[in-house]
Design a protein around this ligand. Structure first.
Ligand code: ATP
Length: 216
């Protein structure tokens, strides 16, 4: 596959590409080889033009009257999203959420390979959780530096998040996936993506209320 120039994909497109990927994988498992834009549009309740545009961004063109080859679309999306080169990551904070992420094997297929975790709790340090070693937090920065780890996953409680993020940055980590419910201050060129489970749930509840309002 030829290298395409690096570009910033608009976030809504990025999110839709992940959803298309999941759906196309399911169609493939059911033995389908090709899919038309019209079928995708119907399945996703989206405009066919929107889907065509999203796929164009991923460098995918369909064949008129035939549609898209599912294997080619899946491969292009994976390449575009960087899922073909798996990135090693460290995780800090092995509580309930951190441990769940350590055990989520699908991540490896989506480009994230958590190779070690870090915590303050002596009962967790020195153990393995879902096969991943847990080290003392004091080891995180030096190990990240030595192993040239660039991605950090933050699942510590909110009050500890900034301090732990600073330690990640001191260890050369350049991208932080923040699950702690707090905003982080980071210098350029560090990138942060915060995942707020609470906001996501609030969106769901709001939709539920909206639906109930419509039907009453
Ligand atoms: P648990 O039931 O294991 O306590 P939890 O998800 O309820 O899980 P939290 O209080 O959210 O626990 O803490 C998540 C994890 O972060 C815990 O394992 C805790 O030991 C760890 N932790 C707390 N402070 C820090 C810190 N400064 N650095 C690293 N890990 C920390």
């Amino acid at each position: 596959m030829s290298e395409r120039p690096l570009m910033v994909i608009p976030q809504p497109t990025l999110k839709r590409l992940v959803v298309y990927h999941q759906w196309l994988k399911q169609l493939q498992e059911r033995g389908r080889d090709v899919v038309s834009c019209t079928v995708l549009a119907r399945d996703f309740k989206l405009d066919a033009t929107q889907i065509r545009k999203d796929l164009e961004i991923a460098g995918i063109a369909g064949t008129p009257r035939v549609g898209y080859r599912i294997d080619a679309v899946i491969a292009s999306i994976e390449s575009l999203l960087g899922w073909t080169n798996v990135n090693d990551a460290f995780l800090a904070g092995v509580g309930n959420l951190g441990a769940a992420l350590l055990g989520y094997e699908r991540f490896t297929r989506q480009g994230v390979n958590i190779i070690a975790a870090f915590d303050l709790d002596p009962a967790k340090i020195g153990t393995k959780i879902h096969g991943k070693p847990v080290f003392s937090l004091t080891k995180m920065a030096p190990l990240a530096q030595r192993m040239k780890i660039k991605i950090g996953i933050l699942t510590v409680p909110a009050p500890a998040a900034q301090t732990v993020a600073d330690l990640m940055i001191a260890g050369g980590i350049e991208a932080i996936w923040n699950f702690a419910p707090t905003a982080l201050q980071v210098p350029e060129p560090i990138v942060v993506e915060s995942v707020s489970l609470a906001s996501s749930f609030a969106v769901l509840l709001n939709q539920l209320q909206h639906q109930r309002h419509k039907t009453t």
